[in-house]
Design a protein around this ligand. Sequence first.
Ligand SMILES: Cc1ncc(COP(=O)(O)O)c(C=O)c1O
Length: 371
Amino acid sequence: MPLIWSKTLEITLGNLRKNLQSIKRLLPEEVGILPVIKNDAYGHGLLEVAKVLAEEKVWGFGLSEPDEGLILRKAGFIHPIILLSGFEKDWLPEMVHLRLTPVVTSLDSFFILKEFCLRKGISVEFHLKAETGMNRFGLPFEDLQILIEELRENSYLKLVGLMTHLAASEDPDSSYTQAQLENFKKFLKVLQTEGFAPKYIHFCNSGGIIFLPEKGNLVRPGIALYGGYPSFRARAFLKLYPVMSLKSRIVEIKRLKPGEGAGYGPTFIAKRETRLGIVPVGYGDGYPRALSNRGFAYCLGTRVPIVGTISMKALYIDLTGLAHAKVGDEVILLGGPNNEVPADELAQLAGTICYELFCQLGRAISRTYKD
Ligand SMILES: Cc1ncc(COP(=O)(O)O)c(C=O)c1O
């Protein structure tokens, strides 16, 4: 087997279970879990992740597009599936057929749903997403009264859940989150007073679960399930384990004399006698080019810096301090058995977030699974 192809995106499903347990420890027992597994479970594999979460008895699944709902239903999942970001008119026939719960995010989306139900002569349960400060998808408070009047007159449209999405929950000091929660409570109070108290109340993403004292009765963890902390401060509150690990091997070693360069630019010029290991992973594999001369990897028990410009299919690690490193040695580029290369640290060095890192790698490299 030629070493040049050596790269493995390893998904450790056992760590997904452990992360779910860590999350559950922060929650009262009666709170249901609605894991967010959109975008191929943040790059980890929709069906593989859903299977483990179903075994762990989650309440349902959160997605953003019906295609992934179709995949789950075809695979036999019977859980509630909620399309968290709203829906388009054209999606409704398939959504109803697949029993994907719509989220109403505006009066417009409510009227689209109403018209569809009237035309088909059916009744639909939906969740309402309240605009509380994210200013993305969500019904403005000013429109709530109109919606309530509509609900009173059209009992085939059943409001079963009230949700919102927090913009800054990863920062426990954020006054923005408190303001959002106050706004959310206003929605809830009006709905309760008017006799439309929804059964499900949910506003906690991973940051909310970790930092907020109030949790609602459903929570929507995403990144924490995959072992990503929503912020560095969250590390003190729960232990998470990396689900995605990227491993490769040294395929070539180059010796540079002082003054010699390596790679494009060259942005790396050796200041001393230098040994560089070439690892066959690059931005074409979803590994951020922004980590050129900034990132790090793990080889033979130590962190080694990434030097030079990352190319499409290769990067350099500086092995000068690792005299015994040789072709074929394993290099951990992300995660690892003891989280040797934490995703949040790497993402910060790349000027991004671990969400993006996971999605990019998961899209570009085929995965192998272990439990
Ligand atoms: C509506 C909604 N809820 C929950 C989540 C999960 O957030 P996190 O991954 O930060 O836990 C997302 C993710 O984007 C979301 O859009």
